[in-house]
Ligand binder design. Structure first.
Ligand SMILES: [Zn+2]
Ligand SMILES: [Zn+2]
Length: 212
């Protein structure tokens, strides 16, 4: 599995291109304002994009969906419970004083328990509400192995957790998602957060001050 990431101001939200080194098939995760870097990564790597996967529908994670879809011509996947946020992206921008364009409708909704695939890799979809109703963890690994790297959106960060004061957020629900879904993964599982550096499940289990 190969992973490229990019982030730009003002949100410094991480967007990812995850690809299968054996087939060069790839998925794009959370294209935002850094979308041009993600599209360039697909081109320079000679990758074959298969899907745009969204961890959730806050504006910083979706402002690049239209440009990514126009450039790559692949379907956009979202959790159904975040559709109200996705369809409200222009108003979300207004709340931050930003002019944001509407995004193309999602092509498909995740069905938890039904994994997606690209090349020889699988994407297990884990519903992790709390930061917002339709947040998911995308757990990606080789189909022949158990190891998974976790793309957790804004549910968990290195040393912090997602905010729960936005529409549909709930702290108890967020903590349950972290403890009952994310912390089921082994300590050496790499966590790719929506903002900031990578971490591991073990590091957050041991030292995250919000999870004691
Ligand atoms: Zn968010
Ligand atoms: Zn975010």
């Amino acid at each position: 599995m190969m992973i490229a990431s990019a982030a730009v101001p003002p949100f410094m939200k991480n967007g990812f291109v995850v690809s299968c080194e054996e087939t060069r098939e790839a998925v794009i995760i959370d294209p935002g304002d850094e979308v041009d870097a993600l599209v360039a990564e697909v081109a320079s790597g000679g990758l074959e994009p298969r899907a745009i996967l969204l961890t959730h529908a806050h504006l910083d994670h979706i402002t690049g969906v239209k440009r990514a879809k126009d450039a790559l011509r692949v379907p956009v996947w979202l959790h159904r419970a975040d559709l109200f946020l996705y369809e409200d992206v222009v108003e979300q921008g207004r709340m931050f004083g930003l002019r944001v364009e509407a995004q193309p409708a999602p092509d498909a909704f995740y069905e938890p328990g039904t994994p997606l695939t690209f090349g020889n890799h699988v994407v297990d979809i884990r519903h992790t509400p709390g930061h917002c109703p339709g947040g998911v963890c995308l757990a990606i690994g080789h189909r022949d192995g158990q190891r998974r790297e976790l793309f957790v959106g804004d549910t968990l960060f290195a040393g912090s957790i997602g905010r729960t004061d936005l529409p549909g957020g709930d702290l108890g629900t967020l903590l349950a998602s972290i403890h009952d879904v994310l912390f089921r993964y082994p300590d050496d599982s790499v966590v790719h957060a929506g903002h900031g550096p990578d971490t591991t499940i073990g590091a957050e289990r041991r030292s995250n001050p919000f999870l004691r």
